[in-house]
Write a protein that binds this ligand. Sequence first.
Ligand code: ADP
Length: 404
Amino acid sequence: MNVLVINAGSSSLKYQLINIEAQEVLAKGICERVGSDEAFHKHGIDDNELVIDTPMKDHNDAMALVLEALTSGPNKVIDSLDEIDAVGHRVVQGGKYFSESAFIDDDVIQKIDELAELAPLHNKAALMGIYACMENMPGKPMVAVFDTSYFQTLPPKAYMYPLPYEYYDKYSLRKYGAHGTSHRYIAERAAQFLDEDLDDLKMITCHLGNGCSMTAIDHGIAIDTSMGLTPLDGLMMGTRCGAVDPAIVPFLMEHEDLSFDEVNDVMNKKSGLLGISGISNDLRSVRAASEEGDERAQLAYEMYSHSVKKYLGQYIVEMGGVDVIVLTAGVGENCDKMRRMIFSGLQPLGIVLDLEKNKARGGEREVSTDDSKVQILVIPTNEELMIALDTLDVVEHKRLNGEL
Ligand code: ADP
């Protein structure tokens, strides 16, 4: 069985075609900087990777390129789309409707659309992926895997907001979190890497990409996470502001004469690294500018690392300590400079980054010193594998019930 996993992010579309029986990735790739003039598509495996600079105005364009690359051209891996048995879609917000992965039908699509209010950038992107697949592969079984389900273990004191209780009753207004598939994957891989039982560890997982979130996992149970009702909350991100004083919303509406939608747009698309640096949401560009002496780029860098430090502190206190800190995603995996800034000055807490190990690139690795009390790991995330396995489960269940 081959499962095509689609992970549509805010500015990227990652995909993998996974053969489930062999747990083998047949093809993978990424469309990056979707929506910008610098968009490019990487497709292939290992040395066989093609990088094509190509315009992609949105995720629809990106999906068409992905399906074309899988079935034609020098790096094709299948003859036709018939060789794809099912498609698994990463969906950020499952809200109150989805406590587990769901077979995609009209009702599920309608609910994902409804929940887009809570995840403006991501649920819409996922829907574009779903529609593009439906158009190109009519009748193909598809499953939505939600990032929110991992956080169903959070206790009420962590997921409730100190607002009038009636809003929780009326709207299910609460913290749902996001990036759950990634946090679950890196937590499990980290325990395996250390040859320890996840249930014996106090762990903080940090997903630092364009979207950023952190989770406190106390003895295998997610007890708190930084994203909230929507993925706008928590850490400073590529274009999202993360947690700010809520009074800023009415202030901006009044003083800048902005509508609610415009404020939402500012906070989701024009803030974060982009808003502070005025250069880019891409940390590579911000890094280059800061190294050339651009003060706002340097400030953006400092604010980003400061934001991660704040959540480290919060979660260490919530759990009464930490054994392992795990970093993943574009920034967490690749940016040695950001890791240096995040962990600088944490020696008194027994958290010591090894500056030499920190320079290494690629793969699962430890980057803390041998005598650091807290182990710091870099674990490349693999949400796709988790999504593929979930997709298989849901589709097989349907088949067994005679519904497919
Ligand atoms: P998303 O999937 O949310 O779009 P990613 O996990 O792909 O995000 O991460 C994208 C971020 O990672 C971008 O800000 C990009 O600049 C950053 N990134 C990737 N590689 C590097 C690198 N070598 N150095 C610094 N930042 C990097």
